[in-house]
Design a protein around this ligand. Structure first.
Ligand SMILES: Cc1cc2nc3c(=O)[nH]c(=O)nc-3n(C[C@H](O)[C@H](O)[C@H](O)COP(=O)(O)O)c2cc1C
Length: 553
């Protein structure tokens, strides 16, 4: 087996192979919160030894592009928990890339429409960020002229990174990667062309790298240095980064400073596929001499190039970016020499149209077109519906159509023929059988209201569990709901007017087979039971008595 597919010990985190999924911004989250679709996207790619997420703004100030999921609020933390659980369930490992764009932002998306921040007031030209062209119209715009961070604010930004790292670890990430590449905040501080400060954060190389190193040290103190990686892009020219006088010395100084810090890794992003960066010959070998820890290389790698770089020994892990967009099973394809699918650049970024398009709908090799199905629920459709409801709460209603018929004389079978969600009709075909009450001696040939009600109840509950599980990123292997309703025949047959002619009490057992933790299944159960207590019977509310049985998959 080639080295690329052998396991690797990343400061105590065991990776199944040396293939890394490179961080890629995909701008799919309208509210800046990761969701079930995000979880599906990363889980589809979990055979990579390590996934590094897209850049995650550490604060509102750190955002330069609309629709990028953050890592600072508790909602975002909960959303990322779905992602890390889904990736871990498939044996993958995942780091969160912590991102502050610095000057690469626009007043229209900054808090209070203030100027973006940076080391100095040097604006990025000849490039764009993704913000509001005018209210309600998103698109590429020239970054606004930044204002220089004060010394106190620099400490506050470091604190924002520490906060984000803690949110990430609480959300189950295996570690974090500080984004110091691609012309964003830390890269701007390192460059003497962008950083014109005269205080302790500007001027000499030691001063220009101070902010990055202080932030790395603060994160290491908070979560452990073995959980902190850092990404740099030496000689990168993205986003109007220009050559500067002491550039080569900066990178060897940074390499030496990082070498003393026992980090999880350093991630070198060369940008050959994006711009023709002039990385001096022998740079990689030099960096290796200065930095002895784990080195990841990214930028234009093919399997052949990856193999030869690993053999040379300058790199330990190889990151692939674009190939992962269209090949969720990139590792298996490379291992088996299966052909790689091309990706469609027009869907790299996108918040318009179906968010799943060009995102979660690339199939694995030989598989049917990738489905967005989880628990029999179309996650993409569910998400679109949820977004629709958020915009038009009046559409937030689902109606179920249940038909019941008798079968074999003593059983009734209810078939849910369709459900209507947000005004759209969805076909549905499953049957629910319930035994005819033996009190009726098996002679009854007409559906009774009791059974109709219970069949409908089961239908609603099963959809409720499946839909909530899909929304939470929980895979349900099987779901069985057994409903037990007590029927007082005196009321049902009209013998006692004081007795309610229906069930006052319905108990049900939910049998769920899933890989998810007990805690997560309980949360799912709570989410469903919270909404099912008020199911109305004929004249008064039914008291629901649920029992949950979890069968570990
Ligand atoms: C759509 C897209 C989004 C990207 N977003 C990020 C990002 O959020 N953070 C980052 O460090 N690099 C980002 N990159 C750069 C990639 O991580 C990677 O370094 C680059 O694509 C080169 O590798 P490749 O030739 O294998 O794609 C992005 C690249 C692409 C294509």
């Amino acid at each position: 087996m080639h080295q690329l597919f052998t396991p690797y010990d990343l400061s105590g985190i065991s990776l199944a192979n040396r293939v890394v999924m490179a961080p890629m911004t995909r701008t799919r989250t309208l509210e800046n919160n990761p969701d079930a679709l995000t979880a599906l996207y990363y889980a589809q790619r979990a055979s990579a030894g390590l996934i590094v997420t897209e850049g995650l703004p550490v604060s509102d100030e750190g955002r330069g592009y609309l629709y990028t999921p953050g890592i600072y609020s508790s909602t975002q933390g909960q959303g990322w928990r779905q992602v890390t659980d889904a990736v871990h369930a498939k044996g993958g490992k995942i780091f969160a890339q912590l991102w502050h764009v610095g000057r690469m932002s626009h007043v229209s998306i900054q808090p209070g429409n203030a100027a973006p921040v940076g080391p100095s007031d040097v604006a990025a030209e000849n490039t764009t960020v993704y913000a509001w062209i005018e209210p309600g119209k998103a698109g590429p715009v020239l970054p606004s002229v930044p204002r220089a961070l004060s010394v106190d604010e620099i400490a506050r930004v470091t604190a924002d990174f520490v906060h984000a790292a803690k949110v990430a670890i609480d959300a189950g990430f295996d570690g974090v990667e500080i984004m110091a590449a691609n012309g964003f905040l830390f890269d701007q501080f390192l460059s003497s062309a962008v950083n014109t400060r005269t205080d302790q954060y500007g001027g000499s190389i030691a001063n220009r790298q101070r902010f990055l190193l202080e932030t790395i040290d603060a994160l290491s103190a908070a979560i452990g240095s073995g959980k902190v990686g850092v990404r740099v892009s030496p000689f990168g020219r993205l986003y109007d980064m220009r050559a500067y006088a002491d550039e080569a010395q900066v990178w060897s100084s940074v390499a030496q400073a990082l070498d003393t810090r026992q980090l999880a890794y350093v991630h070198l992003n060369y940008q050959p596929t994006i711009t023709a960066a002039e990385v001096p010959a022998g740079f990689g070998a030099q960096f290796r001499q200065d930095y002895h820890g784990t080195l990841i290389g990214a930028g234009g790698f093919t399997q052949e190039l990856a193999r030869s770089e690993l053999e040379k020994g300058d790199l330990d892990l190889i990151a692939f970016g674009m190939p992962f967009i269209s090949n969720p099973d990139l590792v298996e394809r490379m291992q088996n020499n299966w052909p790689l699918a091309d990706s469609d650049r027009s869907t790299y970024y996108g918040a318009s149209g179906a968010p799943s398009h060009g995102y979660t709908d690339y199939p694995a090799y030989g598989a049917a077109p990738a489905s967005n199905m989880l628990n029999g629920i179309n996650v993409a459709a569910l998400q679109q519906f949820a977004q629709g409801v958020a915009g038009h709460p009046d559409k937030g209603e689902a109606r179920f159509n249940v038909k019941t018929r008798w079968q074999h004389q003593t059983r009734s079978v209810a078939t849910v023929s369709h459900y209507v969600l947000g005004g759209e009709k969805h076909a549905r075909h499953f049957e629910i059988a319930s035994d005819e009450p033996h009190e009726l001696l098996g002679q009854n040939t007409a559906p009774n209201p009791q059974e109709l009600l219970m069949a409908a109840l089961n239908a609603c509950l099963s959809v409720g569990y499946a839909a909530n599980a899909a929304a939470m990123g929980i895979t349900v292997h099987s779901l069985e709901i057994e409903t037990d309703g007590k029927l007082d025949l005196r009321g049902f047959l009209g013998l006692d007017e004081n007795v309610n002619p229906g069930s006052d009490e319905v108990s049900y057992v939910v049998r769920l087979r899933t890989d998810a933790s007990r805690e997560r299944v309980e949360a799912l159960h709570q989410a469903v039971t919270k909404t099912s207590v008020n199911l109305a019977n004929f004249s008064k509310a039914i008291r629901m008595l649920p029992t949950l049985e979890v069968i570990e998959a």
